[in-house]
Design a protein around this ligand. Sequence first.
Ligand SMILES: [Zn+2]
Ligand SMILES: [Zn+2]
Length: 251
Amino acid sequence: MNTKIFMLGTGAAIPMKRMLPCICIKVDSNLYVFDMGEGCQETMLKMGLSPVKIKTIFITHLHGDHYLGIFGLLQTMHLMSRERELLIIGPGKLSNILNAYASSGLLNIDFPLYFEPLHEGIVYRDDKITVSSFLVDHIPSSYGYVINIKNNKRITYTGDTRPCHSIIDNSRNADVLIHESTFTSNMAREAHAQGHSTALDAAMVAMNAKAKLLVLTHISARYDDPLELYRDASRIFSNVIVAEDGMVVYL
Ligand SMILES: [Zn+2]
Ligand SMILES: [Zn+2]
């Protein structure tokens, strides 16, 4: 099974130096999207990932930087003549927004669109992957995801969160842990007050979980040099990379 992780958007909150959060996991020809930051369809198209091939979109929580890109993406799918159904999975309140958009008569699509509210446990299964979700410590109804690929590889994505035990439990021996890392540890107080993690926090989680590779993402625009985050994390966990927009991780 050929699996690649495309880090399409690796920034936080405002798209200044990096695009907003978006990760696309490609398993053979299937595409699965985790969070859909505004503007990320542009990176997706530039990297040759067709919106028509997206099977499912998984949203971690309802801060705008993580889901507002859905609406532009739906339009592009329509313009590319998508016919295949699309499933969106996310916190229950997302259905209010999608329903309001659909009932306004402005959602101009010709393909079936389904929504499934998130809960803890297995939320999705097909012939390539099984996805389960778990609660994290950010705003109410914030979830992380565990993606189990049929060849026994495993990826955990945290979404936004303070460091917490549920992530350690859900990333034990993971092949890849994609952990938010908004700040470096000299800003730990601000990070935790805002519901976020530092690079060192992420490294601590990766170390305790014995993850094989740590990928840091959701990076604040205050950092010009990714080395600052790398140095912070690699003090205690050596197999770490700081994601960049357009980076591909081969599994
Ligand atoms: Zn965020
Ligand atoms: Zn958030």
